[in-house]
Design a protein around this ligand. Structure first.
Ligand code: GLV
Ligand code: MN
Ligand code: MN
Length: 431
């Protein structure tokens, strides 16, 4: 991509000292946000909407943006926004999320917000005139309400009001999303206005840990995402019959957990044979009544199927549902299924991928082009803007776990590549 000379003249090139300072700032902030004020759990990080820990985390980040002169606000459901230009200005977007899975690590999501903050810090330090909006989407992980990418899907208009008012319920106490949002001081009745959070974006970059081990295996510090796997999530309800565990002969039972066991094994087999990068997970199982001496009458299992090809994902889902029907029929039971949500395979924009690639090449940083198996808010943003994602390695690919680890020095590289890339995108947006 050709760039004007003036832009090159403006663009600071990171020295070793600059990278070291960026790494220190990023590392310190990520470390602070893993402190006891910002997590409900003692191992790793646990925070989700609309808890005090989450509110304190957003307040911390807000103060950091206030300190560098950005305007900050939250939209009607609590997506946090920081911007250095008047509303209505075409802006480049950066960001990710500050919530975690239950018992998660300190890097997933938080890295993308903290690196965005570092990029804004550098813009301010070097007095670069690039209009930027940072967004931290609320409830990406679904820990609060069992719904992935919730804040960004609301902003992208992918949600019904009924879902917010009644379908989506808190994992902790069963109250609705709507009630919790009101209790936390938000205005869910204005949820349609959250669309404005995605207005005016001429590009978007999310920085994230890879959550896999391709970068580590290849010895690269930077990955540029080409496509994000699509996913389908739902709940299978298996119904058998409650009976006495000591007196009911095996041949007379209708055991819902035995049905569930068959489904879990079949899901594993179907995904393993479906093609590269297609995966299926049963992450939640509830058993009713869940008592040691009672034959289980009901079992609910979640299914999460993902992959780089929507049709293959659908085939695996269909196969799992057939297996559930057959397992229930063999054991004189019943099954039903409710889909929670689906998001299709999301390719990244070639414009943003090219800008990131040119920036990484400009620095001489080796990088890998790779797909994302994890879901990201970028999937929602892609409905409204050209998107890209930058990955850094995480140790042994471990993520969604308390021992998730990454290196702030890699994050510093990501910050400087992003800075370079947004200057390029800004220049391009004006031609
Ligand atoms: C979110 O992190 C997901 O991929 O489940
Ligand atoms: Mn995650
Ligand atoms: Mn994430």
């Amino acid at each position: 991509m050709a760039m004007s000379r003036a832009v090159w003249d403006d663009l600071p090139r990171a020295t070793k000292q600059d990278l070291k300072r960026s790494a220190e700032r990023i590392g310190n902030t990520v470390h602070s946000l893993a402190g006891p004020n910002f997590t409900r759990g003692s191992a790793g990080v646990e925070r989700y909407a609309y808890t005090p820990e989450y509110a304190r985390t957003v307040a911390y980040v807000q103060r950091a943006f206030d300190a560098i002169g950005f305007r900050t606000w939250e939209d009607a459901v609590g997506n946090f926004v920081a911007q250095n230009a008047p509303r209505g200005t075409p802006v480049v977007g950066l960001g990710s999320h500050l919530d975690s899975v239950r018992g998660g690590g300190r890097w997933d999501g938080t890295l993308g917000v903290v690196v965005a903050l570092e990029v804004c810090h550098l813009l301010t330090q070097y007095d670069l005139d690039v209009p930027v909006r940072v967004i931290s989407f609320v409830e990406e992980e679904g820990s609060g309400f069992g719904q992935l990418l919730l804040g960004s899907r609301i902003a992208a208009g992918l949600i019904d009001e009924d879902d917010l008012r009644s379908t989506y319920r808190a994992v902790d106490d069963g109250r609705s999303f709507w009630d919790h949002a009101v209790l936390a001081g938000h205005q869910p009745h204005r949820w349609r206005e959250c669309a404005e959070t995605l207005d005016d974006l001429f590009g978007w970059i999310e920085i994230h840990i890879e959550q896999g081990r391709q970068l580590e295996d290849a010895g690269h510090q930077i990955g540029i995402v080409e496509l994000i796997s699509g996913y389908v999530q739902g709940d299978i309800e298996l119904t058998g019959r409650v009976d006495h565990a000591g007196t009911t002969p095996m041949r007379l039972r209708s055991d819902a957990v035995a049905m569930a066991a068959e489904v879990v094994i079949e899901a594993e087999k179907l995904a393993a044979t479906a093609g590269p990068d297609t995966v299926a997970t049963v992450g939640e199982i509830d058993v009713t009544p869940g008592i040691i001496n009672v034959v289980p009458g009901e079992a609910r299992l979640s299914i999460d199927v993902r992959g780089p090809k929507d049709s293959t994902v659908q085939e695996v889902v269909d196969g799992i549902l057939i297996a559930a029907e057959q397992a229930a029929a063999r054991r004189s039971g019943r099954m039903s299924y409710v889909e929670r949500q689906r998001v299709g395979v999301t390719p990244m924009s070639s414009v943003v991928v090219d800008a990131l690639t040119d920036s990484a090449n400009g620095y001489g940083f080796e990088h890998l082009k790779l797909p994302s198996g994890a879901a990201h808010d970028t999937m929602s943003v892609a409905r409204r803007a050209p998107c890209g994602m930058l990955f850094i390695p995480c140790v042994a690919g471990i993520s969604h776990a308390p021992n998730e680890e990454a290196d702030p020095r890699d994050a510093a590289l990501a910050a400087w590549i992003t800075l370079d890339a947004i200057v390029r995108l800004h220049a391009r947006s004006r031609t």
